[in-house]
Design a protein around this ligand. Structure first.
Ligand code: PLP
Length: 421
């Protein structure tokens, strides 16, 4: 039996309605930007396997560093024990994170990094003898699939069975030049009616909302307001972190820095699952006490896995190299030229770009996981490109190491789709 059929026996895939989507393509190996299926057909990974493998699949530099670590130390308990890969990673990350960040808390995926950030914000106030119970989040945000993360996410069509168990969350629209004044009024109202503990946001680009982009100045106004009200600000940079926006973090484009930052996805270059929740010293200080109960009693078994730390260190070194920085500039300018080429196409409703993230909305209306979307998805596959349209949005987030030829193939296939559908 081929892999694709053996898969169906026992595997339950994430985010999948198996009755409607029984088939999964079995990938046997990958190199650089290319995925190879069990029949040898190749696909350009135009979304970097959910924005993780930004330095290409099986990157030899990262692979070598992880292999070296494999010979030294695989995994140990990260409470009462520590190790150099985590210590070195903390030193290197602090150099690149916004200057106000001071402490790092390790976990193993984006959702847990968000859970930890939420717990930090709630317990920060609790430890300071203030009961604050409500969180603020953007409409259409996505922060993960665990309960806390689901609560603050705004895309709710799939959350029906769980809504009764959610945290208390109030939502505000993402900022535009036109709505920001009203949003500040709304925030003032919320503060007068609720005890607001924290505000969580995806800075500049909302990934799961189909790469919806918003105004940096407006976001800065919201953050300034939160600071004045002592509302803990949490930047979820799980998707935007590590160069996607053209700078190391999306928060680097915004004057007011977050109190807490969530990191995962590209952190390890897609080699291993790992996440980090960083925070400023003042947050940490609120937990630092002779009272054991004021500590943050949260932990995951695989916290700060040494192999994952070594992958993250190698990734960070690559990100800062001239080669990758020049590639990022090249991709940004190629996207701009592609935009020139297609933004007036009759099937294109609108286009947008932040850094290496490019998205276009089709003039055709589609359901998020509906039939036309599937036809489009299959069209891309047939043409050797792995793209996952979200509703009527097609977006590109290719590895930094993608060649210009591969990038042009993605553009050509998208253009062909525009002429076909
Ligand atoms: C993917 C994502 C998450 C969740 O990360 P997982 O590792 O899938 O749990 C959270 N926030 C943002 C912005 C994401 O893109």
């Amino acid at each position: 039996m081929i892999l694709k059929d053996r898969d169906k026996m026992h595997i339950w895939h994430p985010l999948t309605q198996h009755k409607l989507h029984p088939e999964n393509i079995a990938i046997t190996n990958a190199k650089g930007s290319l995925l190879y299926d069990e029949h040898g057909k190749s696909y350009i990974d135009a979304i970097s396997s959910w924005y993780t493998c930004m330095y290409g699949h099986c990157n030899p530099f990262i692979t070598k560093r992880v292999a070296e670590q494999l010979g030294k130390l695989h995994h140990i308990v990260f409470s009462s024990l520590t190790h150099e890969p985590a210590i070195k990673l903390s030193e290197e990350l602090i150099k690149v994170l916004p200057k106000n960040q001071s402490k790092l808390f390790f976990s193993d995926n984006g959702s847990t990094s968000v859970e930890i950030a939420i717990k930090m914000a709630l317990q920060y106030h609790f430890n300071n003898n203030e009961k604050r119970t409500t969180l603020i989040a953007f409409e259409d945000g996505f922060h993960g699939d665990t309960f806390g993360a689901m609560s603050v996410s705004g895309i709710s069509v799939y959350n029906g069975p769980f809504e009764d168990y959610f945290l208390e969350v109030k939502r505000i629209p993402t900022p535009t030049k036109d709505n920001i004044a009203n949003t500040i009024i709304l925030l003032k109202e919320l503060v007068s009616q609720h005890k607001i503990a924290g505000f969580i946001y995806e800075p500049l680009v909302q990934g799961a909302a189909a790469m919806k982009m918003h105004d940096a100045n407006g976001l800065n106004d919201i953050l300034k307001f939160c600071n004045k009200q002592h509302i803990i600000t949490i930047a979820d940079e799980v998707m935007t972190g590590f160069g996607k926006t053209g700078r190391c973090f999306a928060s680097d484009h915004i004057e007011t820095k977050p109190d807490i930052i969530c990191l995962s996805k590209a952190l390890t270059g897609g080699i291993m699952p790992m996440a980090i929740t960083s925070c400023k010293q003042e947050i940490y200080n609120a937990f630092y006490s002779d009272d054991i109960g004021k500590g943050l009693f949260h932990g995951h078994t695989y916290s700060a896995n040494p192999l994952a730390c070594s992958a993250a260190l190698a990734s960070l070194e690559l990100l800062q190299s001239d080669t990758i920085q020049n590639n990022i500039k090249r991709i940004i300018s190629s996207h701009q030229s592609f935009n020139e080429r297609i933004h007036d196409h009759p099937k294109v409703e609108s286009t947008r770009q932040t850094g290496i993230i490019f998205a276009l909305d089709l003039k055709i209306k589609m359901e998020r996981y509906g039939n036309l979307r599937d036809q489009l998805f299959n069209f891309f596959l047939k043409n050797g490109v792995f793209l996952r349209p979200l509703g009527n949005t097609i977006y590109i987030q290719a590895p930094y190491t993608i060649s210009e030829k591969e990038l042009q193939t993605i553009y050509d296939v998208i253009e062909k789709a525009l002429d076909t559908f």
